[in-house]
Ligand binder design. Structure first.
Ligand code: PMT
Length: 220
């Protein structure tokens, strides 16, 4: 029984992995299922928000008139889609696991096996969230940080470097947190405070995140 606390607010949410094609049959990806981002989108919609959900390849589904789903594959496609809408939203939450690198050359035909070793040269992708931070005007900008070491230091570093209003840390060192699980354990940082949460279902985590944001935008 959600209160319509985000009625009239526009959200942009990203979810899932990106796939960076090597050739027509192979790609570089990661283990994101999209679940975390989809749960945030569903909760925001239940709280009355109008949600644009941009997702990489995921088997998650939504059926809510307040959510418009845009499917993308690569980091570049996600970048392009995000910037179609970013200017007109109130709150952006980037939970996608975006590839930092992509093959320099995408082979047009399937790469054949040979007797030799194979090296794939990777070039850097644009950082979507960092670019959003640079172009931020009125938006409340929220990032995620998935870490395996020096978690808090890295998360706080990303908060500052990417000009965010808030970052949500999940660590692969915590059992049941991060990828694919139906649960997550998070810690939220703003430039002035931090708050730890227990291990919960991703639906409950989404609720905690949105309640936290609601308090922040009231006082922003
Ligand atoms: O999808 P699930 O299986 O439910 O798993 C959820 C999750 C673990 C993927 C999610 O909770 C999460 O942590 N998402 C961010 C994962 C990640 O890529 O973190 P990062 O620390 O590498 O990136 C930091 C932030 O920058 C993220 O908000 C990311 O979306 C963004 N980024 C990163 C690289 C890039 N090129 N562009 C970006 O916008």
């Amino acid at each position: 029984d959600d209160v319509l606390s985000f009625a009239g607010k526009k959200f942009l949410i990203t979810a899932g992995p990106t796939y960076e094609n090597i050739d027509p049959v192979r790609f570089i990806g990661n283990h994101s299922s999209g679940k975390m981002g989809f749960e945030i989108a569903k909760k925001a919609a239940k709280k009355g928000a109008e949600v644009i959900l941009i997702s990489g390849p995921s088997s998650e589904k939504v059926d809510d008139k307040n959510i418009t789903l845009h499917k993308v594959t690569s980091a570049q496609e996600m970048f392009d889609e995000v910037f179609k809408y970013y200017e007109n939203v109130d709150i952006a939450i980037m939970s996608a696991a975006v590839a930092d690198y992509t093959p320099k050359v995408k082979a047009t035909e399937k790469i054949k096996k040979s007797e030799n070793e194979l090296t794939i040269e990777l070039v850097k992708n644009k950082d979507i969230l960092k670019t959003m931070g640079e172009q931020k005007s009125h938006q409340f900008l929220v990032g995620f940080a998935l870490e395996t070491q020096n978690e808090e230091e890295n998360a706080k570093g990303k908060l500052i470097k990417k000009n965010l209003d808030m970052i949500i840390l999940n660590s692969l060192r915590d059992e049941g947190a991060g990828f694919a699980n139906s649960t997550n354990k998070i810690k939220i940082f703003t430039p002035t405070e931090e708050h730890s949460f227990d291990l919960k279902s991703k639906e409950e985590v989404a609720n905690d995140i949105l309640n936290f944001i609601e308090q922040k935008i009231v006082t922003k």
